[in-house]
Design a protein. Structure first.
Length: 359
């Protein structure tokens, strides 16, 4: 019993979801003497859903491995490629497959849906006591995830909220530099280390990454008129529908935020400025073409910028926000790249990153 309590204490001691998944896998491996424990999440849209491995830990492993943060969606296996996992999803109940090793698949659920599976490979079939133990630990895991959702997500749209942005900003830079199949135990510990989260912003700057990262700021044009003309309930519906359009346009690993009011933020990686511009233009066109109930057509102003070595969250956001302001004062319903506006002379790049910042 003391071992179980220790494992539960370790599981709930973290706030980083990567570390929590790794800790869950390690706890079940040690408690059940499993040959392998793996956590797989469902990602993608309903018509094309894939398996993303969040943690995989074998008996002899020191640290868990996982799919890299920026794994290409088309490289992930489809749900149908793993029938036992798919059956556990549909039945919302454990599925056991005899063999060497024996495979047991448990569905992972939230308060609203089944989001993935836990796979256990063991020498022998799990007995009733082991099933109860796993089920109990998964209930605690689900409740803890719900608490994190409550603190990290916007209650209206379900997108990430502003207070999670800074930490994700730095973690994204660290994770993007890793190779596929990197140890998320090590990456998660680095991201959660006190020196990373407690340091002043000026001391915690983004490191150069192998591929460009971008931040985009999205602002609904004339949103005040929507609230004034139709009421705040309709305004909230517009915000909710926009968040769903964002999910449909951007990739599963792009991080989507609502910063408050009608302001949304995207943190993403692209091959270059042109590719980032295509993604944001796709959102702009999708929003413009969508018929919002009662309101009809709305538009968004979008500004984006590539992240620079030495950037802080505030410096990167400031550049993107200036591009948004340019859009809103020059016709709205447009996408602008801060660097392009500086190159054309429309904006002056008086915001210097590095050891000195000038405002």
């Amino acid at each position: 019993m003391s071992q179980v309590v220790d494992q539960l204490a370790e599981l709930t001691a973290h706030r980083d979801r990567d570390v929590i998944d790794t800790t869950l896998a390690a706890a079940l491996r040690d408690l059940l003497q499993a040959e392998q424990v793996a956590i797989h999440r469902c990602v993608g849209e309903e018509a094309d859903r894939r398996w993303l491995t969040r943690a995989r830990l074998r008996r002899e492993d020191v640290a868990a491995t996982a799919d890299a943060l920026w794994t290409e969606f088309d490289d992930l296996p489809r749900l149908e490629a793993h029938p036992a996992r798919l059956l556990a999803l549909h039945q919302q109940a454990p599925v056991s497959l005899p063999g060497v090793p024996h495979l047991t698949v448990f569905p992972l659920t939230t308060d609203r849906e089944v989001v993935g599976v836990l796979e256990l490979q063991t020498t022998d079939a799990l007995d009733a006591g082991a099933h109860r133990l796993v089920a109990s630990i998964l209930r605690i895991y689900r409740n803890f995830q719900a608490l994190l959702d409550y603190s990290e997500r916007d209650t209206l749209t379900g997108l990430l909220n502003r207070k999670t942005f800074d930490e994700a900003f730095y973690k994204l830079a660290v994770s993007a530099g890793g190779a596929a199949g990197e140890s998320i135990g090590e990456a998660g510990q680095a991201a959660a280390a006190p020196s990373s989260s407690a340091a002043p912003e000026a001391e915690r700057r983004i490191l150069p990454a192998a591929q460009p990262h971008y931040i985009g700021v999205i602002d609904i044009d004339h949103f005040k008129l929507v609230n004034d003309n139709y009421g705040h309930l309709i305004g909230d519906e517009v915000l909710l529908l926009l968040s769903r359009l964002m999910r449909s346009v951007f990739r599963f690993h792009d991080r989507l935020y609502r910063f408050g009011g009608e302001e949304f933020v995207v943190l993403m990686r692209c091959a270059g400025d042109a590719e980032a511009g295509v993604a944001f233009e796709r959102l702009r066109a999708t929003v413009k073409a969508y018929a919002f109930p009662q309101v009809g057509s709305i538009s968004v102003a979008v500004g984006y910028t590539g992240l620079k070595p030495g950037d802080t969250p505030s410096s990167a956001f400031e550049r993107a926000d200036r591009a948004v302001y340019w859009s809103k004062t020059h016709g709205r319903n447009q996408v602008f790249n801060h660097a392009a506006l500086v190159a054309s002379g429309d904006l002056v790049d008086d915001f210097v990153v590095g050891d000195v910042e000038l405002f």
